[in-house]
Design a protein around this ligand. Structure first.
Ligand code: NAD
Length: 496
C-alpha cells in the first residue's frame, strides 16, 4: 500500500520510490534497473526515485487490463460511475494531502496545487454525470424497424501525461475512459510519478476492480511500447508538440485511436481601451501562474497602439511578486537554462528587459527564474516564436489589431489566445479571426471548465476533438449501431 504523504508545509519531505501498479499490486519493473531521481524543484534535491520500466512491463499491464476489462465492461454504467462518486468523496477528504504531494513533486505553490486537485475533482464530477448523458438514440427508421446507438468501451486504453499537472491531466482522461467501461493504463511523467500512485490507492478504496487501472512508470521506452501494443485500443497523450506529433504518428500507424495534445505559444492582444486593473491582474496571473509552466500561459503580448499605461501596470504588479511565496520554482536546472537562453538571446537581438528575473535564487536551493518582461520583441526573435515554458512575457508592439491578428495567426500553435478590451465589437472581431481553439475575452487563461471540452488547434493538438467533456467520452468509446425488426412481415425486403 502507498502511504499518505506526510508533508504539511514546503519543508523538504521524502516519499517512497515510485512503483508500477499492475494487477492491483505494487511492484518494480521485471528486468529494468535504471532509475531516475524525482526532484523537489523548490529544494533541488531528490524526494524519491523512479525505476524506468520496459516493454515487458507494458505487456504485463495489458494482460492485467484485459482481465480487469472482462469484468468491468459487465458493470452497468451507473455502477461504474458510483466508483467515481466515491473517488470524488475520497479526493475531497484528502485534498490537502494530495495538494501537498503535487506541490512537492511539481514545485507549484500550495494554492496552485490545490487548484489543480480541485480541477481534477471537477473532471471526476463530469465522469459521475455520464450515466445521465450517455443514453444513445433510438429511432423507428422504417415500418417495424428500429435503429439504436449504443456506446461501447474500446478495451484496454492508455494515457501518457506531462510533468506540469501530475494529478489533473490524468483526470482529463480517466473518468470518461473508466465510466465508458475501459481498463486504463497510465504512464505518468517520470518527473512527477508520485501523485498518480495516491490516485491508484484512492481508486482501489473507491471499489475499482483489480486490473481496471494500472500504472507503468518510465519514459520514452514505455510510451513507444504503449503505441506499438496491438491490444491497446486508444492512446491519449499530453506533452510537448515534438513528442505529441511523434506519438500520434506511431500510435496511428498501429491503427489505434490517438488524441495527442502538444505545446503552445499563447498570444494576448491588448488594445488602448482595455481596463487597466483587470488587464494587469489577469496578464500577470497568466504568465507567472505555475511559473509559466502551463500550456495555457500567456507568452506573447501584442500591444496595440498607445498602451504604455497598461504595460506599466503589468510591470509594477509582476515586480511585486515574491518568488517562493507567490510564484513557485522551475521544474529543473535544464529548464532554467533553456529559459535564460531565451531571455539572453532576446536581449542580444535588441529586446529591452523591463523586468529581469535572471539571477533569482530560492532560500532553500532549487531552480528559479523570476517574472521577466521583454519589450520591443520582434516576431522573428526566438522568444516570440518558440515555447519558452517559463515566466517570461514577450511584448511585441503593433500599430493595429489587424497586425496583431496577423502575427497571432502566423504562429504554428493554436492552444489559446485572448483579447483585452472594453469594446464588444473589437472582442467579436478578434474572436472570429484568431487561429486558436481556446479563446478569452478579458481572460488570460481561457480554460474551458467542465462540461466544455479542453483542446487546442494546429500544432497544439494532433487527432480529432477535445480531451475532456463529451468529446472525451466519444474518444474513449465506440458506437454500435443496432437495427432490429421484431414484427416479421412477409411482403417486405430485408432492408425495410
Ligand atoms: P514531454 O513531451 O517532454 O513529456 C510528456 C510525456 O511524454 C512524458 O510522460 C514523457 O515521459 C513522454 N516522453 C518524453 N519524450 C518522449 C519521446 N521522445 N517519445 C515518447 N514519449 C516521450 O512534455 P513535458 O516536458 O512533460 O510537459 C511540458 C509540455 O507539455 C509543454 O510543451 C506543454 O505546453 C505541454 N502541455 C500541453 C498541454 C495541452 O493541453 N496542450 C497540457 C499540459 C502540458
Amino acid at each position: 500500500m502507498i502511504p499518505a504523504f506526510s508533508a504539511k508545509s514546503y519543508d523538504f519531505a521524502e516519499f517512497i520510490p515510485a512503483r508500477n501498479y499492475i494487477g492491483g499490486s505494487w511492484g518494480d519493473p521485471k528486468t529494468s534497473k535504471a532509475t531516475l531521481e524525482v526532484l523537489n524543484p523548490r529544494w533541488g534535491k531528490p524526494m524519491s526515485k523512479v525505476v524506468m520500466s520496459a516493454r515487458e512491463d507494458v505487456d504485463a499491464a495489458v494482460a492485467s487490463g484485459k482481465e480487469g476489462f472482462a469484468k468491468w465492461r459487465e458493470w452497468p454504467i451507473r455502477e461504474r460511475a458510483h466508483v467515481l462518486y466515491k473517488l470524488r468523496e475520497l479526493m475531497m477528504k484528502n485534498i490537502d494531502e494530495l495538494s501537498w504531494l503535487v506541490c512537492h513533486e511539481n514545485g507549484k505553490i500550495f494554492s496552485e496545487a490545490k487548484a489543480e486537485v480541485e480541477k481534477g475533482i471537477e473532471c471526476v464530477e463530469y465522469g459521475c454525470s455520464l450515466p445521465n448523458l450517455a443514453a444513445g438514440n433510438q429511432l423507428e427508421v422504417s415500418r417495424g424497424v428500429a435503429c439504436e446507438v449504443v456506446y461501447e468501451p474500446l478495451g484496454v486504453v492508455a494515457g501518457v501525461t506531462p510533468f506540469n499537472f501530475p494529478l489533473m491531466v490524468p483526470l482529463w482522461m480517466m473518468p470518461q475512459a473508466l465510466v465508458g467501461g475501459n481498463a486504463f493504463i497510465l504512464k505518468p511523467s517520470e518527473q512527477v510519478p508520485l501523485s498518480s500512485m495516491r490516485l491508484a490507492e484512492l481508486l482501489k478504496e473507491a471499489g475499482l476492480p483489480t486490473g481496471v487501472f494500472n500504472i507503468v512508470q518510465g519514459g520514452r521506452d514505455v510510451v513507444e511500447a504503449l503505441c506499438d501494443h496491438p491490444d491497446i485500443k486508444a492512446l491519449g497523450f499530453v506533452g510537448s508538440t515534438k513528442v505529441a506529433k511523434a506519438v500520434y504518428g506511431r500510435a496511428s500507424m498501429e491503427g489505434k485511436r490517438a488524441l495527442c495534445l502538444g505545446g503552445a505559444k499563447n498570444h494576448l492582444i491588448v488594445v488602448p481601451d482595455a481596463d487597466v486593473e483587470l488587464t494587469a491582474e489577469n496578464v500577470v496571473a497568466s504568465f507567472t501562474g505555475c511559473a509559466g509552466q502551463r500550456c495555457m500561459a500567456a507568452s506573447v503580448l501584442l500591444a496595440v497602439g498607445k498602451v504604455d499605461h497598461i504595460l506599466d501596470a503589468i510591470r509594477q504588479r509582476a515586480a511585486k511578486l515574491v518568488t517562493g511565496t507567490d510564484m513557485g520554482p522551475i521544474t529543473n536546472q535544464a529548464s532554467v537554462e533553456r529559459i535564460l537562453g531565451y531571455i539572453d538571446g532576446a536581449e542580444k537581438a535588441g529586446a529591452k528587459i523591463v523586468l529581469d528575473g535572471r539571477g533569482t535564487k530560492g532560500t532553500d536551493g532549487g531552480y528559479w527564474v523570476g517574472p521577466t518582461i521583454l519589450d520591443n520583441v520582434t516576431p522573428e526573435m526566438a522568444a516570440a516564436k518558440e515555447e519558452i515554458f517559463g515566466p517570461v512575457l514577450s511584448v511585441i508592439r503593433v500599430p493595429n489589431v489587424d497586425r496583431a491578428i496577423e502575427i497571432e495567426n502566423r504562429n504554428p500553435y493554436g492552444n489559446a489566445s485572448s483579447i483585452y478590451t472594453t469594446s464588444g465589437d473589437v472582442a467579436r472581431r478578434v474572436m472570429e479571426r484568431v487561429d486558436a481553439g481556446m479563446c478569452g475575452v478579458n481572460i488570460g487563461v481561457p480554460v474551458p471548465r467542465e462540461p466544455f471540452g479542453f483542446g487546442g488547434w494546429n500544432d497544439s493538438a494532433f487527432g480529432h476533438g477535445n480531451m475532456t467533456g463529451w468529446d472525451g467520452y466519444r474518444f474513449w468509446t465506440r458506437q454500435r449501431k443496432i437495427t432490429s425488426k421484431w414484427a416479421l412481415q412477409k411482403d417486405t425486403t430485408w432492408m425495410s
